[in-house]
Write a protein that binds this ligand. Sequence first.
Ligand SMILES: Nc1ncnc2c1ncn2[C@@H]1O[C@H](COP(=O)(O)OP(=O)(O)OP(=O)(O)O)[C@@H](O)[C@H]1O
Ligand SMILES: [Mg+2]
Length: 595
Amino acid sequence: MDETPERQTSRNVASLNQMLKFLRPYLAQLTAAAIALITTASVTLSAGQGLRLLIDKTLTIRSPDVLLVSIGVFTALILLLAAGTYARFYFISWVGERVSADVRQAVYANLVRMHPGFFETNRPTEIMSRITTDTTLLQTVLGASASIALRNALLFVGGVVLLFVTNPKLSAIVLASAPVVVAPIVLFGRRVRRLSRTSQTAIADVGSYAGESLRHIKVVQAFTHEAHDIEMFSGRVASAFDIAVRRIRQRALLIASVMVLTPAAIGAMLWVGGNDVLAGRTSAGELIAFIFYALVVAGSAGAISEVWAEIQRAAGAAERLLELLAVNSLLAEPERPEPPTQPGAIAFDNVSLSYPTRNGEVALRGVDLRMAPGEMVALVGPSGSGKSSLLDLVQRFYDPTQGVVSVSGVDARRLSSSTLRGQVGYVPQNPVVFAGSLRENVLYGAPDASDDEIRHALVGANALEFVEALEEGLDTRIGEDGQGLSGGQRQRLAIARALLTSPRILLMDEPTSALDAQSEETICRTLAELKGRCTILIVAHRLSTAGVADRIVVLDQGRVIAEGTHDSLLRDNELYRDFAEIQRMNGTEEARNVR
Ligand SMILES: Nc1ncnc2c1ncn2[C@@H]1O[C@H](COP(=O)(O)OP(=O)(O)OP(=O)(O)O)[C@@H](O)[C@H]1O
Ligand SMILES: [Mg+2]
């Protein structure tokens, strides 16, 4: 906003350049469109000359043959116009659709590789709306409005030139009086546009109010909030109506002024021009041609002004999309990635982390932790102590602010992300299930797994039973956010998905938080079997899962404050003792039973 005009311009030029890059592959289609555009505009403009010849020559000669030829030429021109219009519309719309599709794809491909922190500062819903609304806007403008604007720009320029060629004196008069005619039209037009924008916002407001209350209908009804909601909703509907009425009034004035001013202007031209014809200073054909060109010029100016606002909005949309294309992931891929030297090992060397969005706070400070391949470590500690953050660092979702995270013997920043993440199986703290079938969800990380492998993974996650109980088994479809599954079922599906990739390193963030004791026991058994074959780093709120681990690490406020076995920690660490005590009181002293 507070940019200098020069910077704004240079940015516009830069984004225009970027946009041209998207157009370049379609030069052939664009050339075809340009030829069609020029052809149709020429044909339209030639009609004025045709009218003049018809009136001045053909009709005065009184020769039926010449009239027939004229009509023949006229028909041929009309056919040419039709073909040209078809080609113009087809090619410009084609390019519009193609370019919008390309931009949409490019933006998504860039975003899906972005560092996760990006989506903390940029809300995904807003980005989504950019990908859908902004590209749709771009699509309509490139596909339709641009075509209208280009055609009418050609007609306008050609029309003005031909006006002066036809009758300079009349043209000068028209030009001088144009503001009187155009001003009220522009004024009402601008008001209509402004009000329709407000009107759209008001309607969107109505929609979002209704949307929110209907989405959360259970809460609305539970608090008997219906009457209040109806009242609030009516208020919004009423104000949307008021704005619409104001828009309609301005629009009516606009239409009325066009209805009065256009014939008045034509009348004035007929008066001045008609006197010239009567005095023999010009021919009747010339006057008709002149009026024809005047109408073409007025019509094209009107058409351009109508789409101009839209084109400006599209320019804004293009700029926002290009911004999304220009952002780079903060987690750069190494130029020369190194191969793993010690597959399965994990090491934190004096690692500290501050999240980019919260610079002042430190999530991890000076963490040292080494895990040999095949070792199982459990992380325990109070909420917010940095357990999930440690798992994030192993997968390089963030880079540490200080220190080095090594995975498989190499600094994670020097491994290619596909090598790094290809070794890792991950069960997030909030299990994620995508819309689709259960099978698609389990196969997510290992699309080529056999039915036997799937079965094995499901058994390991104690999920086979519930999957088989469903009528359609693995082909059962679930909605967005895993709707149609219970929390625990979702969690077991997420575990099965991670197990199926047979990872070298298994990261699990409280994988049993939503499970009953029996499911948890199965998963503990699975982990006990996996131990030694893959490195397991597991965040555990329950001692039963922690108990399976070779080592338990206690985190507090981003620091490692103790590590050892269940027994040594019980003896030496107060925080761990409290932790164990609370669990015992809850009657979940399963740690010993499992071991
Ligand atoms: N994406 C983020 N952006 C900014 N701060 C974050 C982010 N994720 C975590 N934090 C902060 O970092 C600290 C450690 O968070 P972390 O998620 O690692 O804790 P946790 O031990 O996993 O807790 P819990 O047991 O509740 O899952 C917290 O203070 C948290 O507020
Ligand atoms: Mg966590």
